[in-house]
Design a protein around this ligand. Sequence first.
Ligand code: GRG
Length: 303
Amino acid sequence: EKSRKVPLPAFDFKEYMIAKANHVNKALDEAIPLQHPQKINEAMRYSLLAGGKRVRPILCIASCELVGGDEGLAMPAACALEMIHTMSLIHDDLPCMDNDDLRRGKPTSHRIFGEDIAVLAGDALLSLAFEHVARNTKNVSSGRVVQAIAELGSTVGAKGLVAGQIVDIESEGKGVSLSTLEYIHVHKTAKLLEAAAVCGGIMGGADAASVERLRKYARSIGLLFQVVDDILDVTKSSEELGKTAGKDLASDKATFPKLMGIDEAKKFAARLVDEANQGLAFFDHVKAAPLYHLANYIASRQN
Ligand code: GRG
C-alpha cells in the first residue's frame, strides 16, 4: 500500500473555517426573519442556528473560490445546503426515526416544539432551501442556477439522502454486507457533501470536468467521514473498556471495522484520503489549500 503523500500547503485552516462559518451564520440568520407565524420561524431558527460546524456550506464556498468565483456567488447555495442538512437532522431525530433527545448539544426540535412542529420545521427548511437559491443567487447565469437546483433535488430525494435513510432502516437488525454499509453512508452522508462541492463549482463558473473532479473529492471525504467515525468508535470503546463496556462493540450496528477488521478499515481510510487528493490534483495546489486541509481534518480528527 503506497500512499502518495501530498504535502499540505501552508495555510491557516482553523482561521479560514472560523471566518467562513461566521459569514455563513450571518447569512443564515438573515434568511429566516422572525415573522408571523412566529412559532414555525422560531423552530426553524432554533435548529438552523444551533451551532453545527458548517462543513457543507464551507465546502461549497471553498469549491466556488477554487474555480475562481467569489464567496457571494455561492452563499445562497451554501445556506441551502445547511438548511437541507439541518432538516435531515430534525427528521432523523423524530420519535418515528431515531427518537433522539439531543442534537448539537441541545434538546432536539420535537423535544422543544413537539413532533408536529418539528415535522413542519423540517418541511419548511427544505422548501426554503430551494426558494433561497432561486431567489437570492446573484451574478450567476440562470442555466447554472437551475443546474445547481437540480443537483440539490436529486441529493435530497429517493436517489439521495432518502435512499440512504430507507436502506438504513430496512437493514436494521439484519446482517449488513460491506456494499450495503457503503451504500448507506454514500447516500446519507457523502451525497450532500458532493452536492456542496458541485454547487460551489457550478456557481463559481467551473466547466463540467472540474465539477466532476470536485464531486470525486467530496464523495471520498464523505465516506472517509464515516469510516473515521467508525474507527474512533472502536478506539474510544477499547479505551473505556474496564470502566464501561464499549458501547459500539456491544451494539449490533454495522461498522467498517466490524465488517473488514480495524486494520483494513484504516487502510480504507488512507485510500479515501488518496482519492480525495487525486480529485484535487488537477487544481492549483495553493488555491486548493482549504480543500486539502479539510480532507486532512476529516482524516485525522480524534473525536
Ligand atoms: C432529506 C427529505 C429528507 C429526509 C431526511 C432523515 C433522513 C432523510 C436522512 C438522514 C440523514 C442523516 C441524519 C445523515 C447523517 C449525517 C451526518 C454525518 C451528520 C453529522 O454531520 P456533522 O458532523 O454535524 O457535519 P454538524 O452538527 O456539525 O452539522
